[in-house]
Design a protein around this ligand. Structure first.
Ligand code: SF4
Length: 270
């Protein structure tokens, strides 16, 4: 009887081992297969968190997954892209079998193979931007003057100035800015770390918003700021964040931790 039970235990043990082995092989095979398809099809993520794989296996699977969807993101100041740049982007995407995706304020070629990326970058001939990192990201700007009849201030000019001055500045966390020419706020100014909208009397400055995991709405910190004084005002907000922000903390979280009134008094914009 004991012999029969032991044999049953043994066969169950080996059956489970074989089943786990087959499942892992099947997942890896599927990932390798998807990696050979166009980017739109190969955009997959396998959740390894609860599957009990070894650290090494998780890492290998994640790397395979990432390599299958390598992005190339041209840096666009204020989201502006000339027809010449757009044609070039399309030609590169076509040549290397990528796909173009409009992602927020960016345009991205997805699905490039790792061995093609450096070559594609060289042929593209313009700067790329990182979608990661604790820095100031590209400024989002609405259509604005002269294209939108509602514009009360030149949001494009201001967006370009902010981008030139602050893009890439290192900070405790990432920082997104948005500029709108009027209170309609087409560049989602209340969910940017720093948002601005134009009024007849100047710019309204909003701080502390974000649309990430811990989403929060920004709050108005100054009104009727003359266009020429906006960049110096943003310098003060960024200096506050550099001084008081903790690693990984968004501006809004720093403001909440230290107090909104203290923040406004500290930057002294109005
Ligand atoms: S925010 Fe105002 S100015 Fe800008 S595109 Fe929207 S409506 Fe036009």
């Amino acid at each position: 009887m004991i012999g029969i039970l032991a044999a049953r235990e043994n066969s169950l043990y080996y059956f489970t081992k074989v089943a786990v082995f087959c499942r892992e092989k099947a997942v890896l095979f599927a990932m390798q297969y998807f990696a050979t398809l166009p980017a739109s099809v190969s955009y997959i993520t396998v959740n390894t968190a609860k599957k009990g794989y070894s650290k090494e296996k998780k890492w290998r699977m994640l790397m395979t997954d990432r390599q299958a969807k390598l992005p190339l993101t041209p840096r666009l100041s204020a989201g502006l892209l000339t027809p010449v740049m757009l044609r070039k982007l399309a030609a590169i995407a076509e040549k290397y079998e990528g796909i173009i995706k409009i992602a927020g304020n960016s345009i991205v070629i997805l699905g490039l193979r790792p061995e093609h990326r450096a070559q594609a970058l060289g042929e593209l001939g313009f700067d790329t931007q990182s979608l990661a990192g604790k820095t100031v990201r590209s400024t989002a700007v609405c259509a604005g003057q002269p294209h939108c009849p509602r514009a009360l201030q030149d949001s494009t000019r201001l967006g370009l100035d902010l981008d030139t001055r602050f893009y890439g500045t290192e900070l405790p966390g990432k920082l997104r800015m948005g500029v709108s020419g009027c209170p309609n706020g087409c560049s989602e100014i209340f969910v940017k770390d720093i948002g601005l909208y134009g009024t007849a009397g100047g710019y309204t400055i909003i701080a502390g918003g974000n649309s990430g995991r811990k989403a929060q709405a920004g709050r108005v910190v100054a009104e009727k700021v003359p266009p020429a004084e906006v960049v110096p005002s943003i310098e003060k907000i960024i200096a506050y964040y550099q001084t008081y922000g903790q690693p990984g903390e968004r501006l809004g979280q720093t403001i909440d931790r230290l107090g909104f009134e203290d923040f406004v008094a500290c930057i002294g914009i109005n």
